[in-house]
Design a protein around this ligand. Sequence first.
Ligand code: BEZ
Length: 246
Amino acid sequence: MLQNTWNATLYEGKHAFVWKYGEDLLNLLSPQPGEKILDVGCGTGQLTAKIAENGAIVTSIDADAAMVEKAKLNYPNLEFTVADARSFQFDIEFDAVFSNATLHWIPEAEAVINSIYCALKPGGRFIAEFGGKGNVKLITDALYQALEIKSPLSWYFPSIGEYTTLLEKQGFDVSYAVLFDRPTPLPDGEAGLRNWLTMFASRFFANSTQQEVIKTVEEQLKPILYKDGTWTADYRRLRIVAMRES
Ligand code: BEZ
């Protein structure tokens, strides 16, 4: 998995939109009291807490220890564990697996889908949203150009066809898949894009060039993505509902 250096404080302080938008996905999950639900990529725990509000029994994992530590501090009564989405295993079977804004970090999609399938009981549901084909393309193109990277190292932003094919191959019945533009205003005015790049693209930067690269990307994108004092990121989401066949 590509490693990012996560800063849990910057994440919570300036990127609350990640879980605020995710609240919409909870309607698709529709957690019921007593249901066992696994949250894959829980970050600092806000959506886990929302899932638990109705009486569902939630287990949450995230690959980043700093995020899990912060989630435990935020919600000491909930269960958070450091685990890799490509290889986690649990002794219990879940009624549902939920994942918001996580799966685009993991190019090994087949391994992740296999872990999720094995964690679900037959008939269990998988509800996910993450970056789909074309996600943040303006930003990543400018970033790769500034870094003079020819073939993007990058994130995993599949099309509907690509991802649903993998799900069906594993044994999921896909009932809903949609790819939609979701222009996302970044908080903090002029610093918005800089914060975003610092938070999410830190693995691309050698410390010595970080400020220079960010400035180049800002200059290139300002005429397109900066308006009335706000940066807007060109997010494109892939949203999925699938069921584990028996
Ligand atoms: C996303 O949520 O789509 C995303 C976040 C950070 C980097 C790339 C994509």
